[in-house]
Design a binder for this molecule. Sequence first.
Ligand SMILES: NC(=O)c1ccc[n+]([C@@H]2O[C@H](COP(=O)([O-])OP(=O)(O)OC[C@H]3O[C@@H](n4cnc5c(N)ncnc54)[C@H](OP(=O)(O)O)[C@@H]3O)[C@@H](O)[C@H]2O)c1
Length: 247
Amino acid sequence: MNEQRILIVGATSAIAEATARLFAAQGHSLYLLARNRERLESLAADLRVRGAARVFHAPFEANDFAAHAGLLEQVKADLGGLDRVLVAHGTLGDQKACEQSVELTLQELNTNALSVIALLTLLANHFEAQRHGCIAVIGSVAGDRGRQSNYVYGTAKGALAIFLQGLRNRLSKSHVQVLTIKPGFVDTPMTAAFPKGPLWASPEKIAADIERAIGGKRNQLYTPFFWWPIMAIIKSVPEAIFKRLSL
Ligand SMILES: NC(=O)c1ccc[n+]([C@@H]2O[C@H](COP(=O)([O-])OP(=O)(O)OC[C@H]3O[C@@H](n4cnc5c(N)ncnc54)[C@H](OP(=O)(O)O)[C@@H]3O)[C@@H](O)[C@H]2O)c1
C-alpha cells in the first residue's frame, strides 16, 4: 500500500497504540498527539523500530480547544499533508459522581464529545477540500442506548455518532470515508477496574479490525463483530420495558 500520512489523536490510548503498531509495520508516516510526553516519546521510538516511515509527536490536551487549529496546521506542515486521522482519546468517568456534579458531567461531555466535535469541524474542511482521505473516530456501543450505569459517557458517544453521520452525508460527495468505530468491552487501562468475562476483547483485536476498516468503504464498525447483533437486540427493546431493567 502507498505510504499514508496518518494523524492519531489520543495516541497513547491502548487501542490507538495497538493500531499505530499495525500502521508502522506497513511503513506509514505517523503524527502522534497525546498529553503524556514521556509515553509519547517512547511510543514514537517503538513505532520507528517497527517500520514507520516517519514519526512526529506533540503534546495535546483535548480540552484546550484554542490550541486545536494551530496543532492541526503543524501536523499538516510536518507530514506534508494528511491522508487519514484516527481520534481515540476519551475518559470513562464515574457515572455516580457525575450524577452529583454538574461540573464533572460537563467535563465528561467536553472530553468525550465536544473536543472531538471541535477537532472534526476543522478536519472536515481539510478533507472536503482535498477530496480524499479518511476520518475515523472511536465511539462506543454505549452510545447506542442510554443506560443508568453510564449514560453520561453514552450521551457523549451517541452525540459523536450523530455528528459523524451528518459529516459522512456531507463528505460522501468528496469521496472522504467517515468511519464510526464502536468497540464493546475492551481490556485497557480505561476498564482496569472491571471484572472481565467472555465478551471482553484485547486492544490488539480491536486494532486489527480498525486497521482493516480504515481506508475502505465502511461507515460503521462494531468490534468485535458480535456487538452488532447484541446492540440490534438492545436497541429493539421497547422503552416501556427497557426503563425497568437494571442496566
Ligand atoms: N476500553 C473500552 O472498553 C472501550 C470501549 C468502547 C470504546 N472505548 C473508547 O476507546 C477509546 C480509547 O480508549 P482505551 O480503551 O484505549 O483507553 P485508554 O488506554 O485509557 O486511553 C484513553 C486515552 O485518552 C486520553 N485522554 C483522556 N483525556 C484526555 C484529554 N483531556 N486530553 C488528551 N487525551 C486524553 C488518555 O491520555 P492519558 O493516558 O494521558 O490519560 C489516554 O491516552 C476511547 O475513546 C474510549 O472511549 C473504549
